[in-house]
Design a protein around this ligand. Structure first.
Ligand code: DQA
Length: 145
């Protein structure tokens, strides 16, 4: 196992993944997605912890914790991607890399999703591959850390 635990943080409404537009988000429940991420991490020899919150404040607290504990972060900020400067500022304080992920490809969707205020403080962004976006991010993170 790698020494640094990877935090996989997820933003609002992802807890209700299976109730969202299945043409965009598929049919997986969030617990199933979480299991997929943990299993993908184990296969790569990575220790992974998955969290989800609908609260901007809680996510900021988790980013502070990741900065203090020097955790790499894989982050699906969900709708906060598009407007949360507070989350961006917290992400900017991370010591180890952050990779932004999205299940869908926001650039192929509505115009308001074309802006990410997080991308500028992330190492890179992976989107459009469904749950595999997280697995690809884990592979990329393994190379980075
Ligand atoms: C999302 C894309 C965002 O635009 C949206 O608000 C989400 C999920 C994705 O994973 O595709 O909630 O981050």
């Amino acid at each position: 196992m790698s020494s640094a635990k990877i935090l996989v943080l997820n933003g609002p409404n992802l807890d209700r993944l299976d109730l969202r537009d299945s043409a965009i988000y598929g049919t997986m429940t969030f617990p199933q997605l979480s299991d997929f991420i943990i299993t993908s991490g184990s296969a790569l020899g990575l220790e992974v912890e998955v969290r989800q919150s609908n609260s901007e404040s809680e996510i900021i607290t988790w980013l502070h914790e990741a900065a203090d504990k020097r955790n790499p972060v894989i982050f699906n900020p969900a709708a906060f991607t598009h407007y949360s400067y507070a989350i961006r500022d917290a992400a900017a304080m991370l010591v180890l890399p952050l990779i932004e992920v999205h299940l869908s490809n926001p650039l192929a969707r509505e115009e308001f999703r074309h802006t990410s205020v997080i991308s500028g403080v992330s190492h890179g962004t992976i989107g459009g591959f469904g749950p595999d976006s997280y697995r690809l991010a884990l592979i990329a993170m393994k190379e980075l850390i």
